[in-house]
Design a protein around this ligand. Structure first.
Ligand code: ARG
Ligand code: ZN
Length: 488
């Protein structure tokens, strides 16, 4: 069977790699000796609920996520984060941290919680007045000098310092949070690592815009989300100001502190494409990074317009995978392969622009990025190659019993079912409704929820709406039952 060439097998193998441990193989994370001792390992981070009940009139210490009950916060919505840090690249310490949160109260608040763990808090101020603060599990409990009225905008400033720890997903070897290697210090925070380096409402349901200001010693550079709005140098220190003007989930906020060179790519109208690479890679210019503009154009034919003003990759070492940080995917050197590059690109539509409503909906991120791999394989290698790849993944899933992907469980949040069965579900939908309707479903889903959040039920509603038919039997079988349906 000549079409089932080693290329296809290779693509499938790389695709499994792209899952970052999704095939069940633990990903090795090489950290600088000594730093691993700062790691906060299991218990599952979702279990680190606040130890005391909230005092009367306080917002809830969690936003109500079924898997991470303590993430996010009740009683307010964040509009903007200003995160200012000075980072020592040698030790990984935040020697000066200040996060200023602009939020609107959704209820009258005698006080409220922020997600924040493991750093030394020097001062908390609400609307300029010093407020009482206490650590409560992975939360900071804040009591302003006077209550905040419902509907009122308020500003919280937290000053802090220290070396962030990490969170770790039970059942997977992946670290989340602040990573220190001999070459760099950087953040990959999915799902719950953001509150290790800045205080906030650490849940995708509370998206906000960001200004990220980072000071480092020369010659280190800082790469973050959005556009570089300013760079100043004085006394051997460099400060980089990055602006993310589109709403972003906290886990997608990143900084990478490293010695990096910028590589500009041929852009697309209105989209700036720039990668940030260590010198050896900038000289080599890895092939998988050369075709971003072409691949954005290809995905636009399926998903609709690219949802942001810029895109790029920043290449690091030491975590063995990749993360779709908004407009700036963080790629491990070992993840610089075509399929991972396109997987993270697809996440800009699915996960970043359209964010999940709760972590239970994770297949809306990973299943869609996997489906995008199928589309790309078809485009590059042809229909037969895509079908061979899909058959391989279906056979793999058939051998591994798993929970329904509408409720994979926190232990299997990034398990292979979420990725592979998620992608297969969308392929089966494509076959059922045809290419034209499938494109219309995907584009309508993105257009309707861009900059916002969607749940599994929201996606089903769009699909039924556009296909103009009841799809409950189909979605029940693929999403809500354990038994894997046959390929169409
Ligand atoms: N969403 C990533 C992907 O593209 C997986 C990230 C897992 N989390 C982490 N902290 N490494 O598949
Ligand atoms: Zn992914």
């Amino acid at each position: 069977m000549p079409r089932r060439s080693p290329v296809v097998v290779l693509v499938a193998a790389l695709a499994l790699f792209a899952c970052g441990g999704g095939d069940g193989t633990p990903t090795t994370t090489t950290l600088r000796p000594g730093t691993s001792t700062t790691t906060t390992s299991s218990p599952p981070t979702g279990a680190t609920t606040s130890t005391t009940l909230p005092p009367a009139g306080f917002g809830a210490p969690g936003i109500g996520d079924p898997y991470f009950p303590n993430l996010g916060n009740g009683g307010f919505d964040v509009e903007h984060y200003l995160i200012e840090t000075t980072v020592d690249p040698e030790t990984g310490e935040i020697t000066r941290g200040e996060t200023t949160i602009t939020a609107t109260a959704t209820a009258g608040l005698a006080g409220f919680y922020l997600d924040f763990r493991s750093l030394e808090v020097l001062e908390v101020a609400v609307d300029g007045a010093t407020a009482v603060h206490e650590a409560d599990g992975a939360d900071l409990r804040i009591t302003p000098t006077s209550p905040i009225a419902a509907g009122e905008e308020f500003v919280v400033r937290v000053r802090y310092r220290g070396t962030p720890g990490q969170t770790r997903l039970p059942g997977l070897g992946l670290a989340s949070g602040w990573i220190i290697t001999p070459e760099e210090v950087y953040v990959v925070a999915e799902p719950d690592g953001a509150h290790t380096w800045f205080p906030g409402s650490d849940h995708p349901a509370d998206k906000a815009t960001f200004t990220i200001v980072t000071t480092v010693p020369e010659p280190f550079a800082v790469v973050s989300n959005g556009t570089l709005a300013g760079e100043t140098h004085s006394d051997g220190m460099a400060t980089f100001v990055w602006e993310m003007d589109d709403p972003m989930a906290t886990y997608l906020a990143t900084i990478v502190v490293a010695e990096l060179e910028s590589v500009d790519r041929t852009g697309l109208e209105g989209i700036e494409i720039r990668d940030h690479l260590p010198a050896d890679l900038a000289a080599e210019d890895p092939r998988p990074l050369q075709r971003t503009a072409e691949w954005i154009e290809f995905f636009e034919t399926w998903f609709g317009p690219y949802p942001f003003a810029s895109y790029g990759h920043v290449v690091v070492s030491g975590f063995g995978a990749a993360l779709e940080s908004q407009t700036m995917s963080v790629m491990d050197r070992a993840a610089l392969v075509d399929v991972t590059v396109i997987h993270e690109l697809a996440h800009q539509w699915f996960g970043d622009s359209v964010s999940i409503a709760t972590w239970q909906d994770i297949w809306l991120n990973e299943g869609f990025a996997t489906f995008a791999e199928f589309l790309w394989i078809e485009d590059q290698l042809g229909r037969d190659a895509m079908e061979a790849d899909i058959e391989g993944r279906h056979a793999f899933m058939k051998r591994h019993s798993h929970r329904p992907i509408s409720d994979p469980g926190v232990d299997e949040l990034f398990g292979s079912a979420v990725y592979q069965r998620g992608g297969l579900t969308l392929h089966a939908l494509r076959v059922k409704v045809g290419d034209d309707v499938m494109r219309d479903i995907l584009r309508t889903y993105v257009a309707r929820y861009t900059g916002a959040n969607a749940s599994t039920e929201d996606f089903i509603a769009v699909a039924e709406d556009i296909a103009a038919r009841d799809l409950s039997v189909f979605f029940d079988a693929w999403l809500y039952e354990s038994e894997l349906p046959p390929l169409p």
